[in-house]
Design a binder for this molecule. Structure first.
Ligand SMILES: Nc1nc2c(ncn2[C@@H]2O[C@H](COP(=O)(O)OP(=O)(O)O)[C@@H](O)[C@H]2O)c(=O)[nH]1
Ligand SMILES: [Mg+2]
Length: 371
């Protein structure tokens, strides 16, 4: 998944870490903790405390093995334990603005080519820059980890804006919880509603679907088929009916039957179609949903980002779902949509099956990108 983004980011990590590697200079430890302590071989715990284990040194610093073993011999000879100072050769560097100019430019291009919008790409490169620049960095052998960590932090910060856990919300909310799904045609709204219906049903909730797409021919039958397959009641009217009325009926039904969740489908509409957007606003106003979720396809890239912004402006979405991540999505849309709307990505659609739905977690996402 998101191979393009992975490839681009790993290219940046490699080239900048190579540069760091070339620029880093070995220095003697500047630790001023070094002191001589009488060596008492009977006190193993003290020995452990005072002399960093070889493993911890290896993790943190560049370790000179030969120096290490010969100094240990010396220590034994003189009955003294010396702290790390004499043993350790660190490498360090201070990254300056000019060192980062070219790599960060490359990073920005890489992000743009992965469907990440300009403002978001700029925010990410700025975050990476401020993490890397200026500070004196002690580095070990593995320079890639410095770059990777800066990138991970930047992406995590963008993705974890306004974290919202739908499961917690549903658990604690007054029932029935009403969720409306919005977006353009063909992105996977109805399929996603069926997936979510199944997911909540599997968790023990009772779910009702409102067939609120009364506009497109065949939409009502389609949602009924999904409902039958996942074993969920569908409330529907005739084609061409008022979607707000269907949603209202579904809520009445759910209240009467003490159901937990109502998932309302809506007709797909272009964000540029003023009449249909007005109708959507009406549906949302009249039915006063607890949550409005925007659905779009990851493969649409920047178009999806543009649409997310417009739907958010029209009806104030609470989060987004990106479908078709199993197709060749570049991955950037997920990052951009979260950033632009300031609302979290809740799920990713990963296939056409009802279980092909991944709950979105920023940490999981960042791990995906770097693993
Ligand atoms: N590969 C893939 N296809 C999907 C996914 N989600 C939906 N689809 C397909 O996208 C098409 C349109 O889905 P539909 O739910 O009718 O979209 P809607 O018009 O937004 O309601 C259908 O063929 C779905 O099977 C997904 O995560 N991966
Ligand atoms: Mg549909």
């Amino acid at each position: 998944m998101f191979n393009k983004l992975k490839e681009k980011l790993s290219g940046f990590t490699k080239s900048l870490s190579k540069q760091i590697d070339e620029k880093a200079v070995p220095v003697e430890s500047t630790s001023n903790e070094a002191e001589e302590i009488p060596f008492d071989s009977s006190d193993e715990s003290k020995k452990e405390q005072d002399v960093p284990s070889e493993r911890s040194l290896k993790n943190d610093f560049y370790l000179n093995h030969e120096a290490n073993s010969s100094i240990q011999e010396e220590q034994k000879k003189f009955g003294l334990v010396k702290k790390a100072k004499a043993l350790v050769f660190e490498r360090e560097l201070i990254l300056e603005e000019k060192d980062l100019e070219e790599p960060l430019w490359e990073l920005q291009i890489a992000l743009l080519e992965s469907d990440i919008g300009l403002t978001v790409a700029e925010a990410i490169t700025e975050a990476v820059k401020s993490e890397l620049i200026g500070s004196r960095k002690k580095i070990g052998k593995d320079t890639t980890s410095i770059v990777e960590q800066a990138l991970r932090n930047a992406l995590y910060d963008v993705m974890s804006a306004n974290i919202f856990d739908l499961d917690d919300y549903v658990k604690n909310a007054k029932k029935p919880v009403h969720i409306v799904f919005v977006g353009i045609n063909g992105t996977g709204k109805t399929t996603t509603i069926a997936k979510i219906a199944k997911r909540f049903k599997d968790m023990g909730y009772s779910v009702v679907i409102a067939a609120g797409d009364t506009f497109r021919a065949g939409a009502i039958d389609q949602v009924q088929i999904h409902g039958d397959r996942v074993g969920v009641k569908v409330i529907k009217h005739r084609e061409g009916g008022d979607p707000a009325a269907v949603v209202y009926d579904a809520m009445q039904y759910a209240k009467a039957h003490k159901n937990d969740i109502v998932l309302s489908d809506t007709a797909g509409r272009m964000h540029t179609n003023i009449n249909l957007m007005e109708q959507l606003k009406k549906v949302c106003r009249v039915s006063a949903p607890d949550l409005i979720i925007f659905v779009d396809e990851a493969v649409a890239g920047n178009d999806a980002v543009e649409r997310a912004a417009q739907f958010n402006e029209a009806v104030h979405i609470n989060g987004s779902i990106l479908t078709k991540t199993d197709a060749d999505a570049k991955g950037g849309a997920a990052i951009s949509i979260a950033y632009i709307t300031g609302k979290p990505i809740l799920f990713l659609g990963m296939g056409q099956g009802y279980d092909d739905l991944q709950k979105f977690d920023p940490k999981w996402f960042v791990d995906q990108i770097f693993n």
